[in-house]
Structure formats: C-alpha cells, structure tokens
Design a protein around this ligand. Structure first.
Ligand code: PRP
Length: 179
C-alpha cells in the first residue's frame, strides 16, 4: 500500500496508484513490446527527466536485443500559436532505418509528443511508436496514435514514480495526486 499523504512545497498529495498497479501495467507493456518486436532490435528513446523510473523498469522486462538512448526536450514560446515548440536535445544516435519506441512518463496535452514525433519522423526511422506509462485522454489536444499506454488517468495533477511537482516527488514508488 502507498504511504500516507505527502507534502511537497506548499501542496498536499494523497495516495493514488500504488506501486503494484504500476508494476503490473509496466509488465503488460513490456510483454506486448516483446511480442511485437520479436526478431528486431528497437531503439528505445526515453525522454528525461520524468521517464527515468518507467524506462528503467520497462527495460528490465524487455527481453529483446535493444538499445536505449536518452533525450531532453527544450520548449520555447512565441514561435507557434501554442507557444509549445519543442526541440529534441541530446540524440546522438542515427535513427534512420531504426525501429524507435519513445518512452514517456505521461502524455498530457500531447504537445511534447506531437513535436517529438514530427522531428523524429523527419529523420526517416523505419518506424516510431510511443510507450507512455500515463495518459490523460481528457487533456489530449492532438490526434496521436499512442500504441503502448499503461494507465489512463483523469485530469489530476500527479507526482511520484518519476513525475515531479516543481522538482520534488520524483523519487516515490507510488503515484500521488494533489488534494
Ligand atoms: C512532462 C512529461 C512530458 C510532458 C507531457 O515533462 O514528462 O514530457 O510533460 O506534457 P504534454 O503532453 O502536455 O506536452 P516536463 O516538461 O514536466 O519535464 P520533466 O520530464 O523533466 O518533468
């Protein structure tokens, strides 16, 4: 069971999804990926910072030959109507002809994923799919095909398991939501 309510900065967070439920969802995703990519050598592209814990647990259950890369995204306002233009930072690998699986902790509005998919597809990979632990269907503002979705959640602010509130909370094993 998750621990009691936690305080981060000025907010209180109540237990939401316990570690066991997260672990089960991660295992299911890994099993599907193992089946779908049998005989291939995908490149997992994990998006820092939030995905570090999910990526670590997911990859422990992947039994394929595979590679892992880590990227960050930089966003800056004013160059598009959404002010959400994002640029991929730190991708050293040549992704042309590779089977890519983007690993995210959460897809919220989808702005980040939309921008990443656009930029990665421009580099002509053989395929690109997305594995996200969490998705907020009510918040999604883009038509995105997210093949590997762990848990769909309502529009609550959540922390833990890699996700933060102003830098804090990433280290918790369970997920908490703001009270
Ligand atoms: C979070 C999350 C996604 C993005 C999702 O990252 O990891 O990258 O927001 O939101 P969206 O669908 O509305 O674009 P954040 O910018 O908080 O950085 P972090 O991963 O370092 O916490």
């Amino acid at each position: 069971m998750p621990q009691a309510t936690i305080s981060l900065h000025n907010k209180e967070f109540a237990p939401y999804l316990p570690e066991a439920q997260i672990t089960a969802a991660v295992r299911d995703l890994a099993a599907r990926i193992n089946r779908d990519y049998a005989g291939q050598t995908p490149l997992f592209v994990a998006v820092l910072n939030g995905s570090f814990m999910f990526a670590a647990d997911l990859l422990k259950d992947v039994t394929l030959d595979c590679e892992v890369a880590f990227i960050r995204v930089a966003s800056y306002a004013g160059t598009s109507t959404t002010g959400e233009v994002k640029e991929i930072l730190g991708l050293q690998e040549d992704v042309q002809g590779r089977h890519l699986i983007i690993v995210e902790d959460i897809v919220d509005t989808g702005h980040t994923m939309q921008a990443m998919l656009q930029q990665l597809r421009a580099q002509q990979p053989a395929s690109v799919e997305v594995a996200t632990l969490l998705i907020k269907p009510d918040c999604l503002q883009h038509e995105l095909h997210i093949k590997y979705q762990g848990l769909a959640i309502p529009n609550d602010f959540v922390v833990g398991y890699g996700l933060d509130y102003d830098g804090l909370g990433r280290n918790y094993r369970d997920l908490y939501r703001v009270v």
